[in-house]
Design a protein around this ligand. Structure first.
Ligand SMILES: Nc1ncnc2c1ncn2[C@@H]1O[C@H](COP(=O)(O)OP(=O)(O)OP(=O)(O)O)[C@@H](O)[C@H]1O
Length: 526
């Protein structure tokens, strides 16, 4: 932890906040993709369209400016995303009519009581402060999702109550806990008041960026969001800011070294809480950090998964909590098509991967592998094949990780090869395909249900469609995948490497109503 440093919050003026956010999370569908001209049909643009509503509000969103400033009067920003996600869209590009028929609109999904995005209330009815409504408007959040609608009233109760909240991946849990914090902060002081712990620096940075953006209309009043993640350049600096977002080891270390004043912290939130409380992993650090918060009033735990044994511990960590939980069969996101590719051997997997990428045009995709050396090898070989890939594993230093991840976020790299380090929480809208090159396993070789669900949840965010392709190559990998699928009660579609024409045909069928990926010749015709 010697190198652990704080990253101070982004600027205090809203324009700067918005700009800094954009700097960190530049847009995926920017001109680089188009200029390069390698892909006739740009899925990075396309991916935004299923969610675009064709109502007048959308149509009148301002055209992009170049300086990234938010318009205080209207609450709209030139950089406003078109569908409320955490990645800026490229101005009016996002308003283009899609090249295909729109199958699913966000508005339709939000009107369907069986959909996790369904809600009956508006953000206004949730009694949020006006500056937050402006922030939500800038982000183009029009209606709360089910978890937001249900969790927010429970979170905002006074006196504060603990909450354990579960909802499917990509359904907006971040906004729920961020709005709680932003509603509670006392802006007359910069003393830390709310702490969020997340398992990785990438997720901590993402949450911090969401909080900065959602709270950008409070920046004038002094809102500061600060990251507590390792940063050698900021070594020894005192952390300031009402909201601190960090990784558990670094945060605990900074509190102990008195670089983070924990006296004023009243709200503790654990994102990916089941992972954070896992006794084998960060559970101990989280418990110890919590003990360092003498004036804690509210503990909030969020995740898409709470396996029974962790839920048990979670109820001790957040005593007397209100609970919003889900049945296991409701956990999978319907918009994610699940398939598997039957390979003959481990060695054949790589050839199948290359063949697959030759066949498909995909906006952005993530390939999950078990080992760092596999990630490095795939990166080397795919780069040699001319693919724009990046690899992010725990082997990299913090600054390198940021660089690689930014490259993926802004679309410079189209394929991200990674280990489980990025399996949770990461929100990149352009990801339309997740590949489980290795089926996720627990130590000892048993199937890792939760990791599978989180991995495939990197696509299909907030009503988008996406696809997950898992590679199996021997009895164990096949059995583990089957166990995972039966656990979540899904039936994956089988693709067989002995017949690529069949693979292509099957993909066409599976993806028929999905606008995220198409066999190459089809996309070229479009
Ligand atoms: N009410 C809303 N309207 C429109 N978009 C929203 C809304 N709430 C959240 N989003 C967008 O949905 C996407 C997913 O949200 P978020 O990352 O919070 O999901 P999550 O539930 O935390 O997922 P995970 O379980 O994978 O961590 C983000 O791009 C976010 O900006």
């Amino acid at each position: 932890m010697a190198d652990d440093k704080p990253t101070p919050a982004q600027p205090s003026a809203d324009s700067n906040l918005a700009k800094s956010f954009a700097d960190r999370l530049t847009f995926p569908g920017d001109s680089k993709d188009k200029a390069n001209g390698t892909e006739k049909f740009n899925w990075a643009d396309e991916v935004t369209t299923p969610l675009q509503e064709t109502d007048e509000k959308t149509a009148t969103l301002p055209k992009a400016q170049t300086d990234g400033t938010a318009d205080e009067k209207t609450g709209e920003s030139d950089m406003a995303q078109k569908d409320g996600a955490t990645v800026w869209m490229s101005g009016s590009d996002g308003l283009d009519e899609p090249a295909f028929d729109v199958n699913v609109k966000l508005a339709d999904l939000q009107d369907d009581p069986n959909n996790p995005l369904y809600s009956v209330k508006s953000f206004e009815e949730l009694k949020l402060r006006p500056e937050l409504l402006q922030g939500l408007s800038v982000m183009n959040f029009r209606k709360p999702s089910k978890i937001q609608e249900r969790a927010l009233p429970l979170l905002l109760i006074n006196p504060q109550r603990n909450l354990i909240g579960q909802s499917q991946s990509g359904t907006g849990k971040t906004a729920a806990f961020v709005l709680n914090m932003l509603s509670r902060v006392d802006l007359s002081t910069k003393q830390p008041q709310c702490l969020v712990l997340a398992p990785t620096r990438e997720l901590a940075r993402q949450i911090s960026a969401v909080a900065s953006l959602m709270g950008s209309f409070l920046a004038d009043q002094g809102l500061q969001v600060t990251e507590a993640i390792p940063d050698p350049a900021k070594r020894g600096q005192q952390l300031e800011g009402q909201i601190i977002v960090g990784t558990p080891g670094t945060t605990m270390d900074m509190i102990k070294r008195r670089l983070l004043d924990a006296k004023g912290i009243q709200v503790l939130t654990l994102d990916e809480a089941d992972n954070m409380l896992d006794q084998q992993g960060m559970g101990d650090q989280c418990t110890r950090t919590k003990r360092l918060l003498p004036n804690l009033k509210q503990t909030v735990l969020f995740s898409a998964t709470f396996p029974p044994e962790v839920l048990n511990f979670a109820t001790q960590f957040a005593p007397n909590a209100n609970q919003i939980t889900l049945e296991v069969e409701k956990l999978t996101v319907k918009g994610i098509k699940q398939m598997y590719l039957d390979c003959n051997s481990d060695e054949e997997k790589y050839n199948a991967l290359v063949k697959f990428y030759g066949l498909m045009t995909i906006a952005s995709s993530i390939i999950f592998v078990k080992r760092r050396d596999t990630a490095a090898e795939i990166e080397r070989r795919m780069t040699a094949e001319g693919h724009r890939v990046a690899s992010l594993t725990g082997a990299l230093e913090g600054a390198q990780r940021d660089e690689v991840f930014n490259k993926f976020r802004n679309g410079e790299a189209k394929v991200l090869i990674t280990t489980n380090v990025l399996s949770r929480g990461i929100d990149v809208q352009t990801v339309t395909m997740v590949i489980n090159y290795d089926i996720p396993e627990l130590p000892g070789g048993l199937p890792d249900f939760e990791t599978y669900l989180h991995r495939i949840g990197r696509t299909g965010r907030f009503g988008r469609t996406g696809a997950a392709l898992s590679f199996v190559h021997d009895r164990r990998s096949w059995e583990n995948l089957m166990k995972i699928c039966s656990h979540f009660q899904v039936e994956p579609t089988k693709l067989d490497t002995s017949d690529w024409d069949h693979v292509e045909k099957m993909l066409k069928t599976v993806m028929k109503n999905s606008r995220n990926v198409l066999p190459k010749e089809v996309s070229m015709e479009s």
